[in-house]
Design a protein around this ligand. Structure first.
Ligand code: NDP
Length: 443
């Protein structure tokens, strides 16, 4: 079978899942040479097996609003691949959530988790529940109902969910509380927990910090650094907030942040009390990014994305397909030479092509944002050992993991002076899982 025949087969079988097809195509196109030249992998049909989740769970989530109205959402957990460890991956609560989006995220997670060097399989889950505008009590009732079904499918050695869009410390708290009550046991079944009840220091910061550490590694190869660079960030949630903090610490200047309604441009940099205001605005007040512009007299661009603001470094930290081909061209034209993806699959295939052709430093999400799940892995280890590592210890482990991911990308993606990080990440992530599947036989 040729690569095109294989991809055609996947597309036909999953015709209503465009994001999943996009994610599979990107991986398959970059590993095909390796796969095609390995008769053992082909005979065992590893690719046919790896694109099929081990298990998909879909369930009803009934709950009540504050006024007593009955609501029904759909819950999902995709247990994609457990060849190298328990399923691991976040939960997303957002109205756009559907089976195809969660399958794309779960598929990406297999290779990302493999790259971290920690023993974690790939999974993802969530619901089409929209937390926006809901009271804390409504979010609690939803989370409790969600866990009343999910609990029977997860466990510290089976499947360990975490946060993602719309799921932060508040939601993880409600989910953990219900799990603990039903099971009557205190285990590391979720990561991203509060510090006083089993969480790890640096876990909230980990994805954003890791994305910046990865950008720093890419720049080092060119004898450059983040010091003095102008940086565009999208998003203003968990990943964006700590990416901004780490850029500030390394001497860069972040001039944009966004949410699903628009973006703000702050030419003086989002730093100091302005950064603290952003955290309070998004995490406590749960307000809109436009309020930042009002507060500090900056420009707000409703309904737009930040990619036409000139920068040297871009960190997309909001959602999938948020940089299209045209936006990628604009970034490169304006002098951007480093893109490190905090979000999952934020660049469309056309955009990726633009970055690759321009030969800029382009770190795809599965490598650049792996610091979050890696630190979740460290949280699992601390829970099992019933110990807490210091902030410095976790940060240094995170930093070393990001360096190791960069080294793996370099090993498999080096092409003369250029490093193809997409190829490097996919081949390195794939080979480990594929070999584990071979060793374990036809299951
Ligand atoms: P949050 O919910 O904390 O923040 C998400 C941010 O992105 C918000 O600013 C949100 O705006 C914006 N956003 C969400 N959906 C859209 C959309 N459709 N269009 C434009 N903006 C949007 O999520 P995280 O920061 O945790 O996640 C951000 C990205 O990082 C996701 O792609 C996630 O998969 C990825 N990621 C997260 C990890 C983690 O540890 N949390 C780990 C690895 C990857 P609004 O407030 O308007 O909704």
């Amino acid at each position: 079978m040729t690569m095109h025949e294989f991809l055609h087969q996947v597309s036909a079988k999953n015709a209503d899942q465009p994001e999943f097809i996009q994610a599979v195509s990107e991986v398959v196109e970059s590993i095909w040479d390796v796969y095609d030249s390995n008769p053992q992998l082909k005979k065992a049909k590893i690719l046919d097996r790896i694109v099929e989740p081990e298990r998909v769970i879909i369930f009803r989530v009934p709950w009540q609003t504050d006024s007593g109205e009955v609501m029904v959402n759909r819950g999902f957990r995709i247990e994609f691949n457990s060849a190298i460890g328990p399923y691991k991956g976040g939960l997303r609560f957002h109205p756009s959530v559907n089976l195809g989006i969660l399958k794309f995220l779960g598929f990406e997670q297999i290779f990302k988790n493999s790259l971290t060097t920690l023993p974690m399989g790939g999974g993802k889950g969530g619901s089409d529940f929209n937390p926006r505008g809901r009271s804390d009590e409504e979010v609690m009732r939803f989370c409790h109902s969600f866990m009343l079904e999910l609990f029977r499918h997860i466990g510290p050695d089976t499947d360990v969910p975490a946060g993602d869009i719309g799921v932060g410390k508040r939601e993880i708290g409600f989910l953990f509380g219900m799990y603990r009550k039903i099971r009557n046991e205190y285990t590391g079944v979720l990561t991203g927990k509060g510090l006083d009840w089993g969480g790890s220091l640096i876990r909230p910061e980990a994805t954003g910090f890791g994305t910046v550490y990865f950008a720093d590694e890419m720049l080092k190869v060119r004898g450059d650094s983040l010091d003095g660079k102008t940086v565009c960030v999208s998003g203003s949630g968990n990943v964006a907030q700590y990416a901004i903090q780490k850029i500030n610490q390394l001497g860069g200047k972040v001039v944009t942040a966004s949410d699903s309604d628009g973006f703000i441009h702050d030419p003086d940099g989002i730093k100091g009390e302005k950064w603290e205001y952003l955290l309070e605005l998004k995490n406590i007040k749960r307000g809109r990014i436009s309020e930042y512009a009002d507060e500090f007299g900056k420009k707000y661009f409703a309904g737009q994305r930040p990619w036409n603001v000139p920068c040297q470094v871009a960190l997309p930290c909001a959602t999938q397909n948020e940089i299209n081909g045209e936006e990628a061209k604009t970034l490169v034209k304006n002098g951007c030479f480093c893109v490190s993806e905090g979000a999952n699959m934020p660049t469309t295939p056309e955009g990726v092509e633009v970055f690759q052709e321009a030969k800029i430093c382009y770190g795809p999400g599965k490598a650049a944002n792996a610091g979050g799940v890696a630190t979740s892995g460290l949280e699992m280890t601390q829970n099992s050992m019933r110990i807490n590592w210091s902030r410095e210890e976790v940060d240094s482990k995170l930093h070393n993991i990001m360096k190791s991911i960069h080294a793996q990308c370099e090993r498999y993606g080096k092409d003369g002076n250029f490093i193809n990080y997409v190829k490097g990440a996919n081949v390195a992530g794939f080979l480990k899982v594929a070999n584990a599947m071979l060793d374990q036989g036809l299951i």
